[in-house]
Design a protein around this ligand. Structure first.
Ligand code: NAD
Ligand code: WQD
Length: 331
């Protein structure tokens, strides 16, 4: 299939582009490089020895989007493009609502206009709000706690309504938990701008000496060791989940959790990193981060049952590959 990958120079999009090319699909990437670098596209081509068509363009701009749809016959779209920093979304809600929702609407409009009937959307476990774990796809969505999460919940509703109005339109809403790690080549990975918000990229920068020590945001949660529990999933497992979602995609709306179904605490992740890479990670326990919840992890039985997909890589793989990529970054 010929797939449009918006945000394909980004962390998850680039790994999914590699998986698509390795699976024999062709890929067109549309990315405005607001949170990535053009060299990622070259790295995708180096890893796969395949060519990628790349447009440096804004998925929230109607002229740019239509120009891409006019130039190619797509069999499907995977929509990664968007802003994703929770804290930033609280400070700049309009930027987030505009970028994340207008891009979804424009892509939906062009899919209908140009007869593209497969749409895979990057959603987030954030849409579950304060539901109890394990989180499952049939749950009523909870109240999201930030504008970023709202943009995901609203985009899900928009795509659901588009599928209801267009019987041939097929939508897969993929709710990611905590993607971490990197392609084993070390050529692509998570390379956040500035100080990382997320745990594992922060740890790898402490390991490299770029950052002095890790702050553990609270050890008084109702969890086994008091620190936050999350469902970390290797980004290559996540990427392969997109291939499965595309392969099994039929008309209507299909929602899947992409996680491992296992919860890991902050202290457990630190320990796994230290053991796998033989590097000590200095840390101090500080107060809770506002907005954090104690534990989130997925019920992953539906993706296994319907997509014949499950995460294969373990915590050791995640922290090993993350460190291998960080070391190659060299900055
Ligand atoms: P990322 O920032 O690395 O990738 C997003 C890419 O989209 C970037 O390359 C950026 O330049 C591009 N982009 C942003 N706005 C654009 C626009 N208007 N037009 C074209 N390109 C645009 O983030 P990521 O971690 O790869 O996340 C990809 C998607 O998955 C996002 O939609 C995010 O909300 C979602 N998601 C991420 C996580 C996570 O923890 N990383 C978890 C759940 C969901
Ligand atoms: C994980 C755990 C922190 C950093 C976020 C977004 C979510 C999704 C995935 C987009 C928590 C603790 C973290 C640090 C720490 N992104 N932590 N010190 O918050 O689960 O999810 O990324 O969709 O929307 O909310 O991920 O990596 O920030 O935190 O102690 O320096 O690590 O408290 O328990 P989170 P995270």
């Amino acid at each position: 299939m010929n797939i449009l990958v918006t945000g394909g120079a980004g962390y998850i999009g680039s790994h999914t582009a590699v998986a698509l090319l390795d699976a024999g699909h062709s890929v067109v990437i549309m990315d405005n490089l607001s949170n990535s670098k053009a060299e990622v596209v070259a790295n995708i081509e180096e890893i796969t020895s395949k060519q990628v068509v790349f447009y440096e363009a804004d998925a929230a701009d109607p002229v740019s989007v239509e120009r891409v749809f006019k130039a190619h016959k797509f069999d499907g779209v995977i929509h990664f493009a968007g802003y994703k920093a929770v804290g930033e979304s609280v400070e700049k809600p309009l930027d987030y609502y505009y970028n994340n929702i207008v891009s979804t609407m424009l892509l939906g409009k062009n899919c209908l206009k140009y007869g593209v009937n497969k749409f895979v959307f990057s959603s987030s476990a954030t849409v579950y709000g304060d539901n109890d774990v394990p989180l499952d796809e049939d749950m009523e969505l909870g109240k999201t706690t930030n504008p970023y999460g709202e943009t995901k919940a609203i985009s899900e509703r928009i795509l659901t309504d588009v599928a209801k109005a267009n019987p041939n339109f097929a939508v897969s809403l993929l709710r990611y938990f905590n993607p971490v790690g990197a392609h084993p080549s070390g050529l692509i990975g998570e390379d956040p701008k500035g100080i990382p918000n997320n745990l594992l990229p922060y740890i790898t920068q402490v390991a490299k000496g770029t950052l002095k020590q890790l702050k553990v945001f609270g050890d008084d949660y109702d969890t086994a060791d008091g620190t936050g529990v999350r469902d970390y999933i290797h980004v290559m497992d996540l990427a392969e989940g997109h291939i499965a979602a595309l392969d099994y995609l039929t008309a209507g709306v299909h929602i899947y959790n992409l996680g491992t179904g296992r919860g890991t605490s902050v202290l457990e992740l630190i320990q796994a990193f230290e053991e796998a890479n033989q590097i000590k990670i200095p840390y101090e326990i500080v107060g809770r981060r506002p907005g954090d919840v104690a534990a989130t992890y997925a019920d992953v039985t539906k993706a296994k049952r319907e997509l014949d997909w499950e995460a294969k890589r373990d915590l050791h793989d995640m922290v090993k590959d993350a460190w291998h990529f960080e070391k190659r970054l060299g900055k």
